[in-house]
Design a protein around this ligand. Structure first.
Ligand code: FAD
Length: 324
């Protein structure tokens, strides 16, 4: 994972010991796990794409050993845990954080670059939602320690979390904001657009596996959203997306159907649709800021294209969230 602008670190990171409140399928490709914990009210909701290290118990084990260090030393401590007891560790994003009690009600992270967490608040305890992409192996079986855990999670199951801060880091003078992501970046996209100043202008290219995974985004009026629905794409549709160049953040009215095409699944890999949609955009305002996350090839090729299109490297945050 690499970014050009330095990430914004949490002021007081903690290792939180948490438990599952509920786990539910919110759309075909996403399992949402809501977690609570005695010290979760101390979690500093930063808004935007705040992410964390997630620690999950070894399958079949009742105990959960967690590192204590909150600096980069956490990893050495983690590796020192005997392999048979070492938790599965994966990176996830705050989909929504709801501070406890009435105080939370005013914390919805809208506007003015608010660092506040999203959510209506009002619950007796703080709650945090995590959206897990359900990814499958060649024969269709669910794969990945975290995704499998999320689907099997039951109330009371233990987990740990270490806050890592925010990757999104637009310069104050950014003229436009452009986001590009595959489905693993959708929770971050939701958090970023919700946290943006309401006068922000720019674009979002958001890829999802199926149309039923498309969800409402709380975007400022000046931010155009393009949904790329992967199972409606085939090679021909990708080619069409790549032709007919228009400026990044152009103002034509693009909805998901226009971007996705109507044909059936054509073996398009995650990230390829979002990348094709980005490659179809030509010039970038050199004063803009862009953020590209998801499958590794989307992040690196997207960044290369944006730079070639005129955006300085220090105005691009890119991060390979996972690798095919
Ligand atoms: C900063 C950051 C924030 C992230 N936020 C989120 C988030 O909010 N939600 C989310 O779902 N993911 C998120 N990710 C991506 C997530 O960490 C990876 O997808 C991770 O590999 C999932 O862990 P796992 O245990 O399920 O699979 P692993 O055990 O790591 O991988 C098992 C296999 O699955 C493949 N694989 C992993 N992820 C995917 C995928 N999405 N699609 C297809 N194949 C895959 C791997 O290549 C590997 O072959 C984030 C990553 C980063 C760096």
């Amino acid at each position: 994972m690499s970014t050009r602008r330095p990430p914004v670190k949490p002021a007081d990171p903690r290792v939180h010991r948490l438990e599952v409140l509920r786990s539910e399928r919110v759309s075909p490709s996403f399992q949402r796990v809501t977690v609570v914990g005695d010290d979760l009210h101390e979690f500093g909701g930063m808004g935007f794409d705040q992410w964390f290290r997630l620690f999950l118990p070894v399958p079949g084990s009742d105990s959960l050993r967690l590192p204590r260090a909150t600096t980069s030393l956490w990893y050495a401590q983690y590796l020192a845990i005997p392999e048979a007891e070492r938790p599965h560790c994966a990176n996830y994003t705050v989909r929504e954080f709801r501070p406890a009690g009435p105080a939370g009600a005013g914390a919805a992270g809208a506007g003015a670059g608010a660092a506040g967490a999203a959510g209506a608040g009002g619950a007796s305890r703080a709650e945090l939602d995590i959206d897990f992409v359900l990814h499958r192996g060649g024969s269709g079986e669910l794969e990945g320690g975290a995704a499998i855990w999320a689907c099997a999670a039951r109330p009371g199951d233990a987990l740990g979390l270490l806050d890592q801060g925010v990757l999104f880091n637009a310069p104050d003078d950014a003229t436009e904001i452009h986001l590009v992501a595959d489905e693993t970046g959708l929770p971050g996209t939701e958090g970023i657009v919700r946290s943006l100043h309401r006068a922000s202008v720019g674009s979002v290219i958001q890829e999802v596996p199926t149309r039923a995974d498309v969800r409402p985004l709380d975007v400022p009026d000046g931010v155009e959203v393009t949904w790329v629905v992967r199972d409606e794409l085939d090679a021909r549709a990708l080619g069409a997306l790549g032709s007919g160049s228009r400026p990044l953040g152009g103002d034509d009215d693009v909805d998901g159907r226009g971007a996705g095409g109507a044909e059936g699944a054509g073996g398009v890999a995650p990230g390829e649709g979002a990348l094709a949609a980005l490659l179809a955009r030509s010039a970038a305002d050199p004063g803009a800021y862009a953020y590209v996350v998801g499958e590794s090839a989307l992040a690196t090729s997207g960044r290369r294209h944006l730079h070639a299109a005129g955006l300085p490297k220090n105005r691009i945050t890119f991060s390979g969230y996972w690798k095919r």
